[in-house]
Design a protein. Structure first.
Length: 254
């Protein structure tokens, strides 16, 4: 009976001691920090590796310091110029101060996502549709600055936030398509007009050069006749050279 009682006592002792031993130390990964509370009061956070705890007195809350990626839900809002749009975005953020992350906000990850969705709606409401289509980098920077101001007192760093998809009404898409087509047509007409202007200028320079050089016009005429004769099998009627007509007039006048 005494042996049996001793074994029971030993088992009970082991059952009480083992949990206490397990609660007397903790282990953190390299990317983790443990925020320590001793009898409810905040103590220094514990870094990576193992650390001692006072059983039944100390409590720790682990915080992951790695970057977290979150896809924000699609937000339906109106731009500054009154165009309804649907926008979603991707957010990258991480905990910088583990103590503040635990002590200043409940469920800090959800709080950051909610703040990001609110900042996304505000940023879209402050931007025109043309700016959203042509300069997303500026909007992303503005959005990141707004979100960082909202979350910095939580001990959170916003690595990046970028708009992913932008949906606009079909009528506005058609209007944008017509605008783009009109712009391309305008550029084509300008390029054509500039080409015609340059060609006319070159022709004027060539005419002035030929007109000021004796015999140049007749040489050009003969060259043209040779080109026509080489390309087309047809009868060519050519006028008499201007120089011969002028010479004949001088002879007749004398």
């Amino acid at each position: 009976m005494m042996v049996t009682s001793g074994l029971i006592f030993l088992f009970v002792l082991v059952a009480l001691v083992l949990p206490t031993i397990f609660k007397s130390f903790g282990v953190n990964q390299e990317y983790e920090r443990a925020v320590l509370f001793r009898l409810g009061r905040l103590n220094e956070p514990k870094g990576p590796g193992w650390y001692w705890l006072i059983p039944w007195i100390d409590r720790v809350v682990r915080v992951d310091l790695r970057t977290i990626t979150a896809v924000l839900e699609t937000q339906e809002t109106v731009t500054r110029d009154g165009v309804p749009v649907k926008v979603n975005a991707v957010l990258w953020y991480r905990a910088q101060d583990s103590t503040r992350v635990v002590t200043t906000v409940v469920n800090w990850q959800s709080a950051v996502v909610q703040a990001a969705e609110t900042a996304l709606r505000d940023a879209i409401g402050q931007s025109d549709l043309d700016t959203m289509l042509k300069d997303r980098v500026m909007i992303n920077e503005r959005l990141q600055a707004m979100l960082q101001r909202a979350s910095e007192h939580w001990g959170v760093i916003i690595d990046s936030i970028e708009m992913k998809d932008l949906d606009i009404p079909e009528a506005m898409q058609r209007a944008i398509g017509r605008e783009a087509e009109a712009i391309r047509e305008k550029r084509a007409r300008i390029i054509k007009a500039e080409g015609e202007q340059e060609a006319a200028q070159k022709l004027a320079e060539a005419a002035a050069l030929i007109g000021g050089t004796e015999g140049a016009l007749e040489l050009r005429r003969l060259q043209t006749l040779a080109e026509i004769g080489g390309e087309h099998n047809s009868t060519i009627i050519a006028m008499m050279p201007v120089e011969l007509i002028q010479a004949a007039k001088k002879i007749a006048g004398s």
